[in-house]
Unconditional design. Structure first.
Lengths: 233, 355
C-alpha cells in the first residue's frame, strides 16, 4: 500500500507541475481542450486517492487506482486531442470554478467506481466460494462499502457545488449539457437516497457506482466536445 | 568441523516410529554422549531433528542411539527412517523447516515458534555456540522473509480459521460483530473460540439443551439464548454458526427473507457445519447472505493449500539466496567461527545423504 501511495504521489507531483506550467502559459485554468480535461481528471483521481487512501487504509486501492490514472493520462497523451483553441478575453472565474470543481467531483466518483469494482470482485469470490490469491489482499466488504458511501457523498456535494456555480457563469450553457448534468446529478442523488433508506443492497450500490461513473465520463466527453465546437469566453 | 542434521519427520516415519525417538534426549545429553561442539534438538509432533557441529565425524547411528527411548540399540532397526544433511544442504533444510515448507500443512507458522523454543532451550543449557547461533538466527530471518514476501502462510486450513478468515474479509474488524452459535458441539466450540480470539465480544449460544448452551456460553464468554428464540436473533446477528443434529432444515429462504428486508445493508455470514445441513443451500443465493457448509469449507481449505503449494517455488528461491549468502558470510575472515569450520563449509562439495 505504501508503494502504491508513493508511486501515485510521484505521478501527482508531475501532473501538478504540468498543469501549473500549462496554466501559466494559458493564463487561465488548464481545462481548455479535451487533452487538458483528461489530465485534470487524472489529477483529480490521484488527488482523491491521496486524500482517501490513507484515511480508509484500503489495501490494493492504489493498485486499482493507478491503472485508471494511467489510462486517463495515457489516452490524453496518445489521442490527438491537444488542439489549441483561441481563448482570448478575460478569464471567467465562475466558469473555471464550475469546471474545475466538477472535475474534482468526477475524481471522487472515479474512486467510488474503483471501490465498487473491488467490492464486486471480493463479493463474487465470497459468494461463489472460489477464493483466488487476490481475495487475501482485497479489503473487507464492509470497509469497501463504507468507502463507497463516503466517496459518493463527497463527489455528490462537490458536483452539486459545480452545477450550482454553472448558473453564475453569466453565459447560457448548451441545454443538452445542462440537462445531462442534471440527469447525472439525479442519478447520484437517487443512489445516495436509496443507500440512505436501505432500499438497495451494497452490491447494487457498487454496480451503480460503475454505471454512474461511465455515464459521467460520457457526459464529460460530450461537454468538452461541445465546448470545443462552441467555445465560451 | 562438520555441520550436519540427522532427523526423521512425517515424510519418512509414521507417528509410532517418531514417538520412539521423541522426548528422551536433550541437546545437552547428546552433546555429552557424542562429544559434539554444538548441538540443538528440535522435537515437534511431526519431526525429531538434531543439528550439530562437530570436529570428528559423527555417524547417524550414534545420533539415533542418543534419541531412542528403547533399550534395543540395534541400529538397523531405526536407521532407515532417518535422513542426514550436511553443510549447505543442512543450512537449506533448516531454512525450509523454519519457513514451513517441510511441514505437513505447508506454510504453517507453529514450526517457527517451536524452532525458536528449541534454540532458546539449547542456548540456555550451553549447547549452542557461535555457529548454531548464527545459523538459527539466520533461519528465523529467512522464515520471516518467506512469510512476508510470499503467500505461503495465506489461507485458512481448518474450520475455525476458515470461519475467521471469511468473517474478517466480510466484516473487517470482528469487535462489533454479533455471533449466534446454534448447537453446542465440539467444532462449534472451537470455531466460537477462534472468533472470540479475533475480537468478537457479542456471542450468543443456543442449544436444545439450555444447560449445555449455558455451559458453552460460559466457556467462551457469551450468553445463552433459549432455543425457541434463535430464529428471531437472525434480525440482529452478523454471523450464524450452526451445527445442530436436526434432521430437517432449520433455516430456509422463506424464514430468512422477511428478516433480511430489515437489514439489507448488513451482510449475514452463515457457517453450517451440521450434517445433515441445518440451512437450505438456496439461502446462499439471497442478497447479502454468504453461506458456507462443510463441503464449501473443505473446498476453501483445498484452495488455500493449493495456493500455498504454488508459493513453494518463490519461497525456495528466497531460501536459495540466503543459503548462498550464509555460505559466503562464513568465508575466511568474515566471521567469528573457527577457520576449520569455515573451510569445511567453503570447500566441501554439497553432499546430502538420505539414509
Amino acid at each position: 500500500m505504501r508503494f502504491n501511495f508513493f508511486a501515485i504521489g510521484l505521478g501527482f507531483i508531475f501532473q501538478t507541475a504540468f498543469l501549473s506550467i500549462r496554466g501559466h502559459q494559458l493564463e487561465r485554468c488548464p481545462i481548455t481542450n479535451l487533452f487538458e480535461v483528461f489530465v485534470f481528471l487524472a489529477w483529480s483521481v490521484a488527488l482523491t486517492y491521496m486524500l482517501v487512501g490513507p484515511a480508509y487504509r484500503l489495501s490494493l486501492m492504489g493498485a486499482f487506482t493507478a491503472p485508471l490514472v494511467s489510462l486517463l493520462q495515457g489516452f490524453a497523451l496518445i489521442a490527438p486531442i491537444d488542439t489549441r483553441h483561441p481563448v482570448d478575453g478575460p478569464v471567467n472565474s465562475w466558469l473555471e470554478f464550475h469546471a474545475s470543481i466538477s472535475l474534482v467531483a468526477y475524481g471522487a466518483f472515479a474512486l467510488a467506481c474503483i471501490a465498487g469494482v473491488m467490492y464486486l470482485l471480493q463479493e463474487r469470490q465470497i459468494k461463489t466460494h472460489h477464493l483466488h490469491s487476490i481475495f487475501y489482499h482485497l479489503p473487507p466488504l464492509t470497509n469497501l462499502f463504507a468507502a463507497i458511501t463516503r466517496l459518493l457523498w463527497w463527489g455528490f456535494a462537490l458536483y452539486t457545488v459545480g452545477i450550482v456555480s454553472g448558473f453564475f457563469t453569466g453565459h447560457p450553457l448548451p441545454r443538452v449539457q445542462v440537462v445531462s448534468a442534471i440527469v447525472l446529478w439525479l442519478l447520484y442523488a437517487a443512489i445516495l437516497q436509496a443507500r440512505h433508506l436501505k432500499w438497495l443492497a451494497p452490491k447494487r450500490v457498487a454496480a451503480l457506482c460503475i454505471i454512474g461513473f461511465s455515464a459521467a465520463l460520457a457526459l464529460l466527453w460530450g461537454i468538452t466536445f461541445t465546448a470545443e465546437l462552441h467555445p465560451l469566453p | 568441523m562438520n555441520l550436519f542434521c540427522v532427523g526423521l519427520s512425517h515424510r519418512t516415519a509414521n507417528v509410532a516410529t517418531r514417538e520412539q525417538f521423541a522426548g528422551n534426549a536433550t541437546a545437552e545429553s547428546i552433546m555429552r554422549q557424542i562429544g559434539c561442539a554444538e548441538v540443538l534438538l528440535l522435537t515437534t509432533c511431526n519431526r525429531v531433528e538434531v543439528y550439530a557441529v562437530s570436529e570428528k565425524l559423527v555417524s547417524t547411528d550414534e545420533i539415533t542411539r542418543c534419541l531412542t527411548t528403547t533399550t534395543d540399540h540395534s541400529a538397523c532397526d531405526y536407521a532407515s527412517p532417518f535422513y542426514r544433511y550436511e553443510d549447505e544442504k543442512c543450512v537449506q533444510h533448516l531454512f525450509r523447516v523454519a519457513s514451513g515448507i517441510d511441514s505437513m500443512v505447508v506454510g504453517e507458522s507453529e514450526i517457527l515458534g517451536q524452532a525458536k523454543k528449541a534454540y532458546e532451550s539449547a542456548r540456555t543449557s550451553g549447547a549452542v555456540g557461535p555457529y548454531l547461533h548464527r545459523l538459527f538466527q539466520r533461519a528465523f530471518r529467512v522464515a520471516k522473509q518467506v512469510r512476508t514476501h510470499t503467500d505461503i502462510a495465506r489461507g485458512a486450513v481448518s474450520v475455525g480459521s476458515v470461519a475467521v478468515e471469511l468473517a474478517q474479509r466480510i466484516f473487517g474488524k470482528l469487535r462489533e460483530c454479533k455471533v449466534l452459535v446454534l448447537g453446542a458441539g465440539e467444532t462449534s466450540e472451537r470455531t466460537a473460540r477462534a472468533l472470540v480470539s479475533r475480537g468478537v465480544t457479542d456471542l450468543r449460544v443456543s442449544n436444545r439443551s439450555l444447560d449445555r448452551a449455558r455451559e458453552l456460553a460460559q466457556m467462551v464468554g457469551g450468553q445463552a439464548v433459549p432455543f425457541d428464540d434463535w430464529a428471531a436473533q437472525c434480525r440482529e446477528i452478523d454471523i450464524l454458526l450452526t451445527s445442530t443434529s436436526s434432521e430437517t432444515l432449520l433455516l430456509t429462504r422463506e424464514v430468512l427473507a422477511p428478516m433480511l428486508r430489515e437489514r439489507l445493508d448488513r451482510p449475514l455470514f452463515i457457517i453450517d457445519i451440521a450434517v445433515p445441513r441445518d440451512v437450505d443451500p438456496n439461502v446462499n443465493e439471497m442478497e447479502g447472505v454468504y453461506l458456507y457448509d462443510i463441503d464449501s469449507i473443505r473446498s476453501v481449505v483445498e484452495q488455500s493449500l493449493a495456493l500455498r503449494r504454488q508459493q513453494v517455488a518463490a519461497a525456495e528461491a528466497i531460501i536459495a539466496d540466503h543459503v548462498i549468502e550464509f555460505a559466503d558470510s562464513i568465508s575466511p575472515g568474515s566471521s567469528g567461527m573457527s577457520r576449520t569450520a569455515q573451510n569445511s563449509l567453503g570447500e566441501k562439495a554439497l553432499r546430502a545423504s538420505e539414509l
